[in-house]
Write a protein that binds this ligand. Structure first.
Ligand SMILES: NC(=O)c1ccc[n+]([C@@H]2O[C@H](COP(=O)([O-])OP(=O)(O)OC[C@H]3O[C@@H](n4cnc5c(N)ncnc54)[C@H](OP(=O)(O)O)[C@@H]3O)[C@@H](O)[C@H]2O)c1
Length: 424
């Protein structure tokens, strides 16, 4: 029986889940993998704090060196959260020859280069299945199941909080604030939800997924990002009337040597597989030249689902004859062969508040056609307190032209309420 000695950095929600799951699965892991897991130490801020009863008090420490300098600890599991000191501790562990398993998308996406260097230096492994999509096995699929493909596109729902909010706003017609208060009460949104609702969390995860899918480092700083706070009940209703639902998508596409990557609210056709991903669930929809289309779906967060991915990484790490780390390019920007797209071509949704006057529609149509943007569908103008509202779906057009047409609208006649991308 092989024995692996493990140290934990953090023992909160996820750390406790990992200790509990290892306890539940200890006998199965022995039988199926001939592996004995010994959890030696767990770093926390305060050893006095009340914790899950699955966590033995004796393993807790407030001294990072108890984990990082213990020569018997071969694998370090990191779930401190945040950028620092998590990234520093991981780099120290890697340089010391310890394999690291992490759930921390932020530290990983922002410090990939140092972490890979440290792993190179220590000849150690870096595993991060839990950093994207919780229990969903997307990292291993990208690394080990789809190598014989050119992956050209991925569209993902990888933030459970925003998907929960949009689902409640769509299905129960709640306004944003009510849905957010409910999610905070249920522990599905942080007291400060900005990282989720502004799309930051999804951008970290997209940086990791797109880099693996396209074999080129796609830094977070090059991902265009727009949150969901501008989405109103009116947008949700207008989208539904046109056969769409609104999702916060993290999308990346590669065409030749150009990559386009963004996080943004998008109109998704109701029959698209991503439209059926509800509540806190996550999904990644991929297209590759050989496998065609594929969707991976599962619980994207929570103590037990995330622990499932971490313990799986731990078992893989303990069994790997040589430690493994990913295939990102070790560069600050993109690898030489790839550049970020300057513009994007897709269909767009425009919601306009217009003066209830003859000639306004002709003015809107003329601004759009002036930029060669053609209209695919137009909802009947609906009277509102301030005039009328019209909703337009365009045929695929360059984003810069759509925005330029919107800037050309006469502000005395037309107010742009929202412009959103449309997934086909
Ligand atoms: N929650 C999820 O569903 C989920 C899903 C996937 C990935 N993740 C990732 O998992 C990580 C952890 O999340 P979590 O929900 O478990 O967070 P958490 O409940 O806040 O736990 C953080 C743990 O780290 C310890 N800690 C934090 N900073 C420390 C420091 N400077 N020194 C020593 N100990 C420190 C805390 O100690 P105390 O206990 O003493 O405060 C706590 O035990 C994050 O990177 C998160 O993005 C979470």
């Amino acid at each position: 029986m092989k024995k692996v000695v493990v140290g934990l950095l953090g023992c909160g929600n996820i750390g406790s889940g990992v200790v509990r799951l290892i306890g539940q699965m200890r006998q199965d892991i022995r039988e199926h993998y001939q592996l004995e897991i010994d959890i030696r130490r767990a770093l926390v801020r305060s050893t006095e704090k009340k914790r899950d009863e699955a966590v033995p008090r004796g393993i807790l420490t407030e001294t990072p060196e108890d984990v990082l300098n213990d020569p018997e600890i071969a694998v370090v599991l990191e779930f401190l959260g945040g950028e620092q000191p998590a990234a520093d501790y991981m780099a120290r562990a890697l340089r010391a020859g310890k394999t690291v398993v992490t759930a921390n998308k932020m530290a990983l996406a922002l410090h990939w280069r140092e972490l890979q260097r440290a792993a190179d230096e220590g000849q150690s492994g870096l595993y991060y299945e839990a950093a994207v999509g919780g229990a969903m096995p997307i990292i291993r699929v990208l690394q080990h199941s789809l190598q014989a493909n050119h992956i050209t596109r991925l569209s993902a729902i990888i933030n459970g909080t925003t998907n929960y909010l949009l689902t409640r706003m769509t299905d129960e017609k709640l306004d944003y604030q009510t849905a957010l208060s409910e999610a905070q009460r249920l522990g599905l949104a942080e007291p400060d939800p900005s990282s989720d609702v502004e799309g930051e969390d999804a951008a970290y995860k997209l940086s990791i997924l797109a880099s693996l899918a396209f074999h080129a480092h796609i830094p977070v700083s090059l991902i265009q990002r727009e949150g969901m706070t501008r989405i109103s009940q009116v947008d949700i209703r207008c989208a539904r009337d046109m056969g769409y639902t609104i999702k916060l998508l993290a999308s990346a596409a590669r065409s030749g040597s150009e990559v386009d990557a963004f996080v943004s609210p998008v109109l998704v056709p109701v029959h698209h597989p991503l439209a059926s991903v509800k509540g806190a669930f996550n999904a990644v929809y991929l297209h590759g030249h050989a496998f065609d289309d594929m969707m991976i779906y599962g619980r994207g967060a929570g103590s037990a689902p995330t622990a499932s991915a971490i313990v799986s990484d731990l078992i893989c790490a303990a069994q790997d004859p040589a430690p493994a780390f990913s295939t990102f390019e070790v560069v600050d920007g993109l690898s030489d062969s790839v550049s970020m797209a300057k513009d994007r071509t897709c269909a767009f949704y425009l919601r306009l508040q217009v003066k209830d006057d003859a000639g306004v529609l002709a003015h809107v149509a003329s601004c759009l056609s002036g930029e060669q943007v053609s209209v695919r569908a137009l909802q009947q103008p609906q009277a509102t307190e301030n005039g009328a509202q019209i909703t337009i779906l365009t045929h695929p057009a360059e984003e810069s032209r759509v925005r330029s047409a919107a800037r050309a609208f006469d502000p005395k006649l037309v107010k742009v309420m929202n412009i959103l991308r449309v997934e086909e």
